[in-house]
Write a protein that binds this ligand. Sequence first.
Ligand code: UDP
Length: 561
Amino acid sequence: MTQLTDAGQKVFNARYALRDEQGHICETFEQAVSRLARVAASAEKEAQPHWEEKFASIIGDLLFVPSTPIWANMGKPDRPWQPSACFVLAVEDTLYSMYETLLSTALVFKSGGGVGYNFSTIRPRGSLVQSTKGKASGVVELIKLYNASSNMVMQGGVRRGASMGILNIDHPEIMNFIHAKLDGGLTNFNLSVGVTDAFMQALEQGEDWPLIFNGEVHDVLPAAVLWQSIVQSAHACGDPGIIFLDTIQKANPLPHKQLNCTNPCGEQPLFPGESCLLGSVNLARLIAEDGRINRALFKDTVSIAVRFLDNLIDVAEYPFPLIAEATRATRKIGLGFTGLADALIKAGLPYDSAEGRKYAGEIIELMQQSANDTSRALAEEKGCFPEWENSKFHPAEKIRNGTCVTIAPTGSVTTMAGCEGYGIEPIFAVAYKKSTNVAGDFEVFSPLFLEACQLYGVSNSILEEVARRGTCQGIKEIPVEIARIFKGAQDIAPADHILMQAEIQKHVDNAVSKTINLPGAATTEDIETCYRMAYSLGLKGITVFRDGCKEGTVTVGRQED
Ligand code: UDP
């Protein structure tokens, strides 16, 4: 059993530990590990103690970290056993459906999940409402309503509900949607425009683009005007991002059904009603000091983790029957990793180098192979997912899970696991100040950076300078060996962020959560270049963040400077 770091213990205590009736913590990390292992093993028909021990061993050693709802819910006497972090819900163009989905959302939030919606079914603002002869309030007003409701219901009692709103590029209200976050509202929503290959082609050829609802053309605009509006809004406020609908559909395990929506952070495309549970392998603990991956332990960990996640689908208590049915029909799981930055640093490879990407690509490829091998073996043992006969796997490949690999943001679990880099992100910065609602404000120096500085005898006054600037780049007293490896998100060129995302996406069944950081001085052209590059490299989606464009919770360097 591994000891949690102080920050890790804080996350555990605040979010995951069992509490008594007075709200006092009454569970240690070790007891929580047993709780998770026991509940997952209870899905086995045979050899339950064997599997319980295997599950406890990878989780207790922090080799594998299940995502927040699993820790917060599974096996607790006072919580529904709801393991999924990702949900998608349908919303139809009736008042009844809009409010029904709002209620469903509240129930999902309460159980600890986030929700994505594709609002393209909703009639645009100003359309006639037959029954009252009034005007429809439209998509953005509906999003405002949902956003306000998120403030009411805390997710699983610990965090505010996160949502994703998607609108397809041919919806007549698309301009209103593109501009919806410019005034700083809708803070509980990420927004993405659903873009098709046909639109990208129209853009390429300088053509006009019709905005259509229910077969009726409402307006026609040059594709370039729509595109520029997206880019300008993203430049100003970070939203909207883009999801590439055809790229997502190409990887859809059930090709006869349309897949046009993702969960809040974009890493998990899902059908309406479907949910997915997540877990991450902790690379920081699977890489030797020389940077080489322990292949045998890695494969073993992936294999046990796949079985763990698959088992939880059987013992889960979903918020309502539609979710249970849709989730169990495809049995999607989302196994990924966290701590890529830690691994690259140990391997001495820059994040923004061809060697660094090759190294990351090999790890994710090995993960995808091992996860799929396990899912195929599980199909032999326990059967394929129920929709298998309608899937792209039929008849050649028997497999238990519709998808296996997802790269999540790993916002909480990375801190609990004690590694520095979230998911596939580089380290945020070598020095920064962080404000959290759980642990208050604290200043963070990258421990790996400090270690390296000690090794090279970097003086305290130089470290002071690094803290002031928030970066070690361009400081001549910093040894080049350190400067080339310790690059924070802002030190890395946007194109290099995208290249890493693309390398990883090649071996990910679902999608990749990644922020493309740009400096405050970046232009709209820079954003446009990112969005075009994302499309041509086959990304399923992209989100950019220009420094200073949103009120953030993290400041590079010290605030007083
Ligand atoms: N999520 C959410 N609200 C949050 C954070 C996360 O609904 O405040 C959901 C969302 O679907 C997100 C997924 O959980 O994409 C995974 O997020 P992350 O990996 O950061 O979760 P963790 O397990 O680390 O808490």
